[in-house]
Design a protein around this ligand. Structure first.
Ligand code: 13P
Length: 260
């Protein structure tokens, strides 16, 4: 059975000390669940100290970004190669990177490829903004972002990519409108259909799809219950240990209800 993946993207928050305190609190509240994979994405600076602190049966680490070259004269950057033994995942193409740091479709593609080359699973974020949504362009945006991002991969490599659907308008800091699970389900179908067209049905079925955008302990179950939903990418609520452990708990309850 596939694990449900719950990822906390702390964004540019929490120094080493604050992060360590949050992990301690999460550790007290979250039990070891075989069928739930809990991933923390702290700032780059905090990855190394947290890697020494975390109970690896409970938590894994993700980086929020990395550069697509493996090494060289790229002042200020950190490569996927450097993250190899530290992070299981790297978030790639987050809308904040596309918007504030002007990451193009091609940059995102190169980062996805660099992740795979370095044996790290990319968590590829895609999603339309509110203008594109109003203009009924969701399908085109998803199509363009996915096609380019995956274009240098084989079907087998595509299976290692986690795709996070994060509509920009639903992210708490960009307006935080609450997406309806039914609408998210439609986009999940689009994503799988598109992967199937490009890479075949095996890759499409294997793809892990996450939802992100204002997920909290109250709304999580609604999204996680969507057919084929592989988990959640959580921003703001992941900074609060009640909220984040509540989301993990909701994922656990849902799994075990499904089994009963
Ligand atoms: P929020 O959960 O704060 O809306 O953020 C979502 C997000 O961008 C996670 O990557």
């Amino acid at each position: 059975m596939k694990q449900t993946l719950i990822v906390g993207n702390w964004k540019m928050n929490l120094n080493t000390q604050q992060a360590s305190l949050l992990v301690k609190r999460l550790d007290d509240r979250i039990a070891i669940h075989r069928d739930i994979e809990v991933v923390l994405a702290p700032s780059m600076l905090v990855l190394q100290p947290l890697s020494l602190q975390i109970d690896r049966r409970k938590f894994r680490l993700a980086a929020q970004n990395a550069f697509y070259k493996d090494e060289g004269a790229y002042t200020g950057e950190v490569s996927f190669t450097m993250l190899r033994d530290l992070a299981h995942y790297v978030i790639v193409g987050h809308s904040e990177r596309r918007i504030y740091f002007h990451e193009t479709l091609e940059v995102v593609r190169d980062k996805v490829q660099a992740a795979i080359r370095n044996n790290i699973s990319p968590i590829l974020c895609i999603g339309e903004n509110k203008h594109e949504r109003a203009a009924n362009e969701t399908k085109r945006v998803i199509h363009d972002q996915l096609t380019t991002a995956l274009s240098n991969l084989t079907a087998e490599e595509v299976e290692k990519v986690v795709v996070a659907y994060e509509p920009v308008w639903a992210i708490s800091t960009f307006g935080g409108e609450i997406a309806k699970p039914d609408d998210v389900q439609k986009v999940f179908k689009m994503i799988r259909g598109h992967i199937s067209e490009l890479y075949g049905s095996k890759a499409s079925k294997a793809a892990r799809l996450l939802y992100g955008g204002s997920v909290n302990a109250d709304t999580a179950a609604g999204y996680l219950a969507i057919d084929g939903c592989g988990g959640a990418l959580v921003g703001n609520a992941s900074l609060n240990y009640h909220q984040f452990s509540g989301i993990v708990e909701a994922a656990y309850r849902l799994k075990h209800k499904a089994k009963a």
